[in-house]
Design a protein around this ligand. Structure first.
Ligand code: PEP
Ligand code: MN
Length: 344
């Protein structure tokens, strides 16, 4: 079966042998678009920064061998764009770090704009989200690129860098790609589960989650021998493992699909409830301390005047926020009762 909604391939090309073997196996499982990193934007210097132009020579050879294969590479500068054109690469993507920089995006947009029409006729351009969760920066990159002369433009969602401690490498804040998808429904939204996950064991669950949000196109890192890869060792799948996951995903229950708005509202509610419950617990802790203080200083625990003043103040704040006085009174009487029980 040909998998037209999947792009797969190594994070970076390393040796010709690895690249050819990876592509051969991916071809056999039905992949027809191969991703290959040629220049790698590394966070710190002195790491593997990509194989460079020789990788494009290998791709040229692969394109002669498999004439129905398309290749996708990351470009970040006009020089890289020109080389990609020279070697007839089909799909370019703009990486997360590049999308973060409006100058870099504008430079690329002008370079593409200035290409002869014939050179960009059948090309596709995919824009990864920026490193930080800023939907405007992501949309801004699209707005800068949309008139560059390449008609097929799409997005790639790869999650966001975060300081929170989470199990993934990048935080998937689904409402951001969903908002962009709702605003530009004609553009394809790919999900890159590999860079969200950071570990191959989470790739499948992220794909399932993406599908719940109506995202059905994926760009996935795959390497014939991930342990020997020169970048992103942990998150690359062998083509065989990728095939297993794709089969699983195919039979995945899709009844929740395209309810992305509802899912996002529910996620928001879950987050808010979580905040409320944590604040309530915090409030009770403070209340216990007050109880102790009152006991030590022989102060009456229940103070009707204080309660009256508190509820009146909250009612007037609530009014400004469109919360009815009855609602405020009911909730805070409950909270107050629990506080008194705690103080006792
Ligand atoms: C990549 O695709 O290998 C890559 C560097 O991704 P990102 O730009 O999402 O970090
Ligand atoms: Mn990578």
């Amino acid at each position: 079966m040909i998998l037209s909604n999947i792009i797969a391939g190594p994070c970076s090309a390393d040796t010709k042998e690895n690249l050819f073997n990876t592509v051969n196996e991916l071809y056999n499982i039905g992949i027809r678009i191969i991703r290959v990193g040629i220049w790698k934007p590394r966070t710190k210097p002195n790491m593997f920064e990509g194989i460079g132009e020789i990788g494009l020579v290998w791709i040229k050879e692969l394109k002669e061998k498999y004439t129905d294969l398309k290749f996708a590479i990351e470009i970040a500068t006009p020089e890289q764009l020109n080389l990609a054109i020279k070697y007839n690469i089909d799909i370019f993507w703009i990486g997360a770090r590049t999308t973060t920089d409006p100058f870099a995006v504008s430079n690329l947009a002008s370079a593409i704009f200035n290409l002869p029409k014939k050179d960009k006729k059948d090309k596709t351009l995919l824009i990864k989200n920026p490193v930080c969760p800023d939907i405007d920066l992501w949309e801004g990159a699209y707005l800068r690129l949309k008139d560059c002369g390449i008609k097929n433009i799409g997005f790639i969602y790869r999650g966001f860098k975060t300081y929170k401690s989470i199990k993934y490498r990048n935080e998937p804040i689904w409402k951001i790609p969903v908002q962009l998808k709702l605003k530009y429904p004609e553009l394809i939204m790919y999900c890159d589960p590999s860079h969200i996950a950071g570990d191959k064991i989470y790739v499948e669950e992220i794909m399932k989650e993406a599908k719940l949000y109506g995202i059905n196109h994926f760009i996935i890192e795959s390497h014939i021998n991930p342990e020997c890869a020169l970048s992103d060792i942990n998150q690359q799948l062998t083509p065989m493992k990728l095939n297993e996951i794709l089969n699983d995903i195919n039979s995945f229950n899709e009844e929740n699909q395209n309810k992305e708005k509802l899912l996002i509202y529910r996620k928001d509610i879950d987050e808010i409830d979580n905040e409320i419950i944590n604040l309530l617990a915090k409030r009770m802790e403070v209340s216990k301390n007050i109880g102790k203080y009152k006991k030590e200083n022989n102060i009456e625990i229940f103070q009707p005047e204080r309660l009256k003043a508190l509820i009146n103040k909250l009612k007037s704040v609530g009014k400004e926020l469109n919360l009815t006085p009855e609602f405020i009174e009911n909730i805070w009487m409950e909270i107050h009762d629990e506080s008194v029980r705690n103080q006792n």
